[in-house]
Ligand binder design. Structure first.
Ligand code: DWN
Length: 385
């Protein structure tokens, strides 16, 4: 049974909450014990806008194109998306002439989606909402759920909601971070309060089956440090690719405790190495900043436990985060345009999943002698030519 954190002073930068990862030895599902009230995490102040990253937007546009190429959709087929954020993916289906409906609880992203003309319900996706939609005659030919299933406390209600709104011949396309990549890539910082569940195919298949849905195919993706794209429907049948991935999970015994032992050791050495490198630079009088006030940065910074003032600021492109502080340590977030003038000796890349994109934007900083410290999956320092 998860602990529920409702404390309204979660908005205080000094607020800290426990974070405990648990593991089911029967189905291999990992989940955290603590559940922060969803309205605190995803409500009025949710600062995550999917379209901030052109690479991510391109990824989801490609995904929309793949779905439209793979399934013979008619123009009138409706696309429904849970956690549709600022409409970053539905806009592609809308441009192709499909009726679309987004569902999202976050004020800012919903306004942005509506501004773009994407019909969006301002709500959490639940079975009750799915029934309401169904009563209104809304059925999804394609139901999308990207990076949301891991965030849902009552995931059975969520999946049964998908089943309730799906048309008889509908398909469901889901993206979730993949437990195998999390463990192999030592992406321990992607464990944070927004992510309640950490899925493998071994744990996903029975979850879907419980609600009359079949996992038909799965594809591994590099996005967010390693994810799965799942193709689901009411029709039974498994692709050879899915069978191969399930076999690999059986071979690696994802449900066993031993599977996590190497992960725990890897976290300790990654944190130690990163901390040592940062402190070595500081002792040599170097100035260091952070880059990417990602949600995962909270976990990483907490694990590093750097002395106050070690990181001068954190640069982040998202205007919704400027002037705010990182939770826990209170490091200020400011626009990356300040980087050339600040000219720190090194920058700790907290949004390491976007390394290529962010380093590409800062070639001039590297050429001037700066460096990026990339902590995950293995600590490395990137310097200019
Ligand atoms: O599940 C979730 C995932 C997938 O994304 C969420 N609950 C929240 C979010 O997590 P995140 O905040 O760790 O996501 P990102 O995309 O890894 O965060 C990257 C941060 O880096 C953003 O704050 C924007 C920033 N950024 C930047 O400063 N310059 C991003 C890009 C692309 C850039 O060029």
């Amino acid at each position: 049974m998860a602990d529920r954190l409702e404390d309204s002073d979660c908005t205080d930068v000094s607020f800290r909450a426990p974070l405990t990862l648990c593991h089911c030895t029967i189905c291999g599902l990992c989940q955290i014990r603590e559940t922060v009230e969803p309205r605190i995490l995803f409500g009025a102040d949710y600062p995550y806008y999917s379209s901030v990253s052109p690479a991510l937007r391109a990824h989801f546009h490609d995904s929309a194109d793949t779905i439209m190429a793979r399934y013979p959709l008619c123009r009138e087929d409706r696309i429904v998306e849970a956690a549709s954020n600022d409409g970053y993916m539905l806009e592609r289906f809308s441009a192709a002439g499909h009726p679309v409906l987004g569902i999202d609880p976050a004020d800012g992203p919903v306004s942005e989606a509506r501004r773009k003309g994407i019909d969006t319900r301002h709500a959490f996706f639940t079975k009750a909402l799915a029934r309401e939609l169904s009563d209104e005659g809304i059925r999804a030919k394609v139901f999308l759920a990207n990076n949301v299933m891991a965030h849902v406390a009552d995931v059975n209600d969520f999946v049964s909601g998908i089943e309730a709104v799906l048309s008889d011949d509908g398909i469901v396309v889901i993206e979730v971070p993949y437990l195998l990549d999390l463990v192999d890539g030592c992406a321990f910082d992607t464990i944070y309060h927004q992510h309640l569940l950490y899925f493998s195919l071994t744990s996903l298949r029975p979850l879907l089956a419980r609600h009359g849905l079949c996992l038909n195919d799965a594809e591994r993706l590099r996005v967010h440090g390693g994810s799965l794209r799942l193709f689901v429907s009411r029709r039974s049948g498994q692709s050879p690719r899915l069978v191969g991935l399930l076999d690999e999970e059986t071979r690696r015994q994802v449900h066993s405790v031993a599977f996590h032992d190497r992960f725990l050791a890897g976290i300790d050495s990654l944190v130690q190495r990163t901390r040592d490198e940062v402190m070595r630079l500081r002792s040599a009088g170097k100035r260091i900043a952070g880059y990417g006030a990602a949600a995962k940065a909270t976990t990483l910074l907490h694990a590093l436990d750097l002395p106050d003032g070690t990181l001068e600021v954190i640069y982040d492109k998202s205007p919704w985060k400027h002037g705010r502080c990182m939770p826990g340590g209170g490091i200020r977030i400011c626009p990356p345009e300040r980087l050339p003038a600040d000219n720190p000796d090194s920058v700790l890349l907290l949004a390491w999943n976007l390394a290529n994109e962010i380093i590409g934007q800062n070639a001039a900083y590297l050429a001037d002698g700066g460096s990026f410290l990339i902590p995950v999956p293995v600590f490395r320092e990137v310097r200019g030519p």
